[in-house]
Design a binder for this molecule. Structure first.
Ligand code: MSP
Length: 476
């Protein structure tokens, strides 16, 4: 059977408009999906929206809207942002947790968990952060507040159903240690291992009694499911799964689940324990990435340093935006973006670098009868080994730097050889120089496919038609 690659993004909360962090994770997964398709793997790429829970219900109320109407509007904005004329995301499906098929599957799973003894009724007392939709332990708080949201968690004591977690602690440690279940980058594997080795995993509350905006428990309709249980199951329902544990989709297990560092711990504990309780195979790996900062500080409306995806698209276009998001820093680390630096990078690498290389080369080719008609032999495997190594190791930024080095070298080659002069006084040398440049452009366009799919296509068309439109206009 063909090798498969199933990659997922987290599903995004529909309590507000999509932001640059969502765009970043999604573009990164898109690059990896496109890359794996090029490697001829049977690829499935899933993304979607997480639409239940207290936070969303509250937001809908504030806007005076019915929650379903509210999430329908926002989910549509997300879906539109991924379209070809916006961020050009190649997801194979878009899962919504308010879809009837997802809800039915979640209920089936809850019944299975209840029947197999993984759930029991009890009470849970703790501090709940609605921003995170999670209970927080004292030692996760800073000055009593949630460090991610800066808000005081609410004290809550409720009757609820709890899911057994503790029995999986040793097995999880073992699997993570042996890389049977991989967490990358390495430091996040260490972080999770030290967490699992230092404290007892507590059973988690999986239902809420006084929250109507959620999926009712099939065995106790007074309760609705905890939003994270509902959300995690998207990774299976997004493949068309109906909740029957005896009938798991062929694409499962996920080969790669990309998540931000803020949601690593819930994934590495609740999600994995949920699967173990259902006797479903664990995903193969998580890749954890950092957060986008702006000018060294967390992006926030109050600080006024929020970078809007729409503004990026307007200024830099689809491929320009994709390029800037992926080249802004090492995938896995936090990255610091400012509009000034992005403008500079866009002009240097795309308008002057790549754009200039393409337009100069094609114009010179078009001016020569021989090159216009002659078919140039193109090497078969254009994916250089270094790129393969970078992409297979999630070094997206490294791969782009490598491509950029090829662009710079080709531009330097033009300046050194001055083909416009050779065209007049040494046609033989001119053709030789130009053949090398044409091959370089084929190689570069091929390497660019996963990152800048449209640009890659345009370069190939330009090489075939010997005509060129400017690819990237300088911006201010
Ligand atoms: N709905 C949950 C995830 C459920 S997955 C079963 C959630 N949603 S979220 O919308 O708050 O954030 C989801 C993801 O968006 C984060 O994990 C991360 O991948 C990305 N980002 C959100 N803010 C970000 C930045 N500022 N920077 C980079 N990515 C960030 O958590």
């Amino acid at each position: 059977m063909k090798e498969k690659f199933y990659v997922t993004t987290p599903i995004y909360y529909t309590n507000g408009q999509p932001h640059i962090g969502h765009a970043y994770t999604t573009v990164a997964c898109d690059v990896l999906a496109r890359w794996n398709r090029l490697q001829k793997k049977e690829t499935f790429f899933l993304t979607g929206t997480d639409e239940h829970g207290a936070k969303i219900q509250k937001k809908a109320q504030e806007e005076g809207k019915d929650p379903q109407e509210f999430v329908d509007e926002i989910a549509e904005v997300f879906e539109n942002l991924w379209k070809k004329d916006k961020l050009n995301i190649s997801n194979d499906f878009f899962i919504r947790t308010t879809s009837s098929s997802h809800k039915a599957a979640v209920q089936k799973v809850l019944q299975t968990l209840f029947d197999n003894g993984s759930l029991y009724k009890g009470t849970y007392k703790g501090l709940y952060c609605t921003g995170c939709e999670q209970f927080k332990s004292e030692n996760e708080l800073v000055d009593g507040k949630c460090p991610d949201h800066g808000t005081l968690p609410e004290e809550m004591e409720e009757e609820c159903y709890l899911m057994k977690m503790n029995r999986w602690q040793d097995l999880l440690i073992e699997k993570i240690q042996a890389d049977e279940f991989q967490i990358r980058p390495e430091r996040y594997k260490k972080e999770i291992l030290s967490f699992l080795q230092s404290q007892k995993l507590e059973d988690v509350s999986i239902s809420r009694k006084n929250l109507s905006w959620g999926i009712p428990l099939p065995f106790d309709k007074e309760h609705t499911t905890y939003v994270w249980i509902d959300a995690f199951l998207n990774y299976l329902t997004g493949l068309g799964w109906n909740g029957d544990v005896k009938n798991i989709p062929a694409m499962w297990p996920a080969d790669l689940q990309v998540i931000g560092k803020d949601i690593l711990r819930v994934h590495a504990t609740i999600w994995l324990a949920l699967l173990l309780n259902l006797e479903i195979e664990l995903p193969k790996s998580f890749f954890v990435h950092g957060h986008i900062l702006s000018g060294g500080r967390k992006m926030s409306k109050t600080l006024g340093n929020v970078i809007r995806v729409e503004d990026l698209l307007e200024k830099f276009g689809t491929d320009g935006t994709r390029y800037l998001l992926m080249s802004g820093g090492t995938f896995g680390e936090d990255l610091d973006l400012t509009m000034e630096r992005m403008v500079e990078k866009y002009n240097a690498d795309l308008a002057n670098g790549l754009g200039n290389l393409v337009s100069r080369t094609i114009k010179l080719v078009g001016s020569n009868e021989f090159l216009k008609t002659k078919k140039i032999e193109i090497p078969k495997d254009l994916h250089g080994e270094p790129i393969k190594l970078f992409l297979n190791n999630f070094n997206l930024h490294g791969a782009l730097e490598c491509i950029n080095d090829l662009v710079k070298a080709a531009n330097k080659f033009i300046e050194e050889n001055k083909p416009w002069e050779l065209a007049k006084n040494n046609v033989e040398k001119f053709e030789e120089v130009m053949k090398k440049l044409v091959i370089d452009l084929y190689v570069i366009s091929d390497l660019l496919i996963p990152f800048l799919p449209d640009t890659a296509e345009k370069i190939k068309t330009a090489l075939e038609t010997k005509k060129v439109e400017p690819l990237f206009q300088r911006v201010k």
